[in-house]
Design a protein around this ligand. Structure first.
Ligand SMILES: Cc1cc2nc3c(=O)[nH]c(=O)nc-3n(C[C@H](O)[C@H](O)[C@H](O)COP(=O)(O)OP(=O)(O)OC[C@H]3O[C@@H](n4cnc5c(N)ncnc54)[C@H](O)[C@@H]3O)c2cc1C
Length: 406
């Protein structure tokens, strides 16, 4: 293959510098595996990234000896999740009893998290990060994936690796070019993504406002709110036809305190459509290629757990493969162990997300202004709040760092 740039030869090439890719790159490099992460963008500063750093991730940071430094980065600590159902605030998840050091979700712009992780990874001589490297194809030797081709501002580059890890998210080229079979579970919702300013005197915010089947999510980003407004799938054209004022009204109906700043949304260019998917590969690997994170199983924002699952996949990958990968190429049976380990937690959470979607999209959240039964249960039986706390904060089968440190 002709390449404008010198080719790279590594033990492991990781496609995508999101949570899964950066954590995987960090852990493999820490174990002495020569690893390169290829990220198509020039930086990590994109608006649509989720901002949640879960207690399980903070626990991993502690196991890696990075927690104190990490928590010096600006963040907010969310110790309880409250939903507002038809105007009634209800505590839904209480993290105070989790068996973790940090009993909170840290809200931090994901670009800060990724920048931190990449800075830590760069301390290992076995780590490299190539920004503005968009992977456009895989390279095969017979049936085996032996590398990839990346488009860069300076021309095309070939990368050869004993293992390619696809961590390239929901629209992954690795799973399409890898010829994997994808099972789509359908997501009946999309999200409109925008910013509204924070004002002095704003009360600490709940995350979700539910009303008659509508949902508004607010993420506190220090000086502004990231606003997510859920709409039916494919419904953006209709929203546009109804006009900006109607959208402003819908948002204020769910979050009345936003009335004094809603006119900041005065142009459609300030409102981005994020498409939601839930899908999963039937097989996550083939000879020379393993997909993890959203590339193997695209997660909906429902519950805010996709980042956690992506990171947990990365930890499992390093735990199961790092020591052997350091010696050379791995048989596909070894790669399959990652899917075997991670598929159950993913299936469980995706099933819950499908249920949540049905609830948001189909049924109304109770008649009139009444508090629906499900949230009412959290008021009657506070101990129930431990269940969502555990699912969101830790997930099922939480991973711990067992990969070696070279
Ligand atoms: C609207 C929305 C809001 C969400 N909010 C949350 C939340 O608050 N909390 C939460 O836990 N989850 C949230 N999620 C889910 C979460 O975003 C994903 O589950 C998570 O980001 C998956 O991480 P990942 O590393 O697998 O993939 P991604 O985060 O998608 O990262 C993939 C990376 O690969 C790069 N890439 C893609 N293609 C290529 C290529 N060809 N070459 C090189 N690089 C490439 C991308 O630029 C990106 O950096 C949300 C999802 C949506 C749709």
């Amino acid at each position: 293959m002709v390449s404008a740039l010198p080719e790279i030869r590594v033990r492991c090439a990781i496609v995508g510098g999101g949570p899964a890719g950066m954590m995987c790159g960090y852990l493999l490099a820490r174990a002495g595996v020569n690893a390169v992460v290829l990220e198509k963008h020039a930086d990590f500063n994109r608006d649509f990234r989720g901002d949640t750093i879960h207690p399980s991730t903070l626990e991993l940071m502690s196991e890696l000896g990075l927690l104190d430094e990490f928590l010096k980065l600006p963040h907010q600590e969310l110790r309880e999740i409250r939903g507002v159902f038809n105007g009634h605030p209800v505590p839904m998840a209480d993290f105070s009893r989790l068996p973790t050091q940090c009993k909170f979700i840290a809200f931090m712009p994901q670009w800060d998290f990724l920048t931190f992780l990449s800075a830590q990874a760069k301390r290992f001589p076995t780590f490299a990060l190539q920004m503005q490297h968009e992977v456009v194809d895989l390279v095969f030797d017979g049936d085996r994936v032996v590398g990839l081709r990346a488009k860069t501002p300076n021309g095309e580059r070939a990368v050869y690796a004993d293992l390619v890890i696809g961590a390239d998210g929901r629209h992954a080229i690795t799973h399409t070019r890898g010829g994997f079979e994808l099972r789509d579970f359908g997501a009946p919702i999309d999200v409109l993504w925008m910013r509204l300013s924070k004002r002095e005197g704003d009360a600490p915010q709940s995350l979700g406002f539910f009303q008659h089947g509508k949902l508004l999510v607010l993420i506190d980003r220090g000086d502004y709110f990231q606003v997510g407004f859920v709409i039916p799938k494919g419904g953006f054209d209709e929203v546009k036809q109804r006009g900006l004022r109607a959208l402003q009204r819908d948002i204020v109906q769910l979050g009345p305190f936003l009335k004094d700043r809603i006119t900041e949304l005065d142009d459609w260019s300030k409102i981005r459509l994020l498409t939601v998917q839930i899908n999963r590969l039937r097989r996550w690997c083939r000879d020379g290629l393993l997909c993890i994170g959203d590339s193997a199983h695209a997660m909906s924002p429902a519950g805010g757990v996709g980042i956690n699952l992506a990171l947990q996949d990365a930890v499992a990958t390093a735990n199961l493969l790092a020591a052997k990968l350091k010696q050379g190429a791995l048989p596909v049976a070894d790669l399959a162990r990652v899917q075997k380990r991670r598929e159950f937690p993913v299936r469980f959470i995706q099933a819950l997300q499908v249920l949540i979607h049905r609830r948001i999209n189909g049924r109304t959240s109770g008649a009139g202004d009444k508090l629906p039964l499900l949230p009412r249960l959290f008021l009657w039986f506070p101990f129930l709040r431990a269940i969502p706390a555990r699912l969101i904060g830790l997930g099922l089968r939480p991973e711990h760092i067992h990969s070696p440190q070279a």
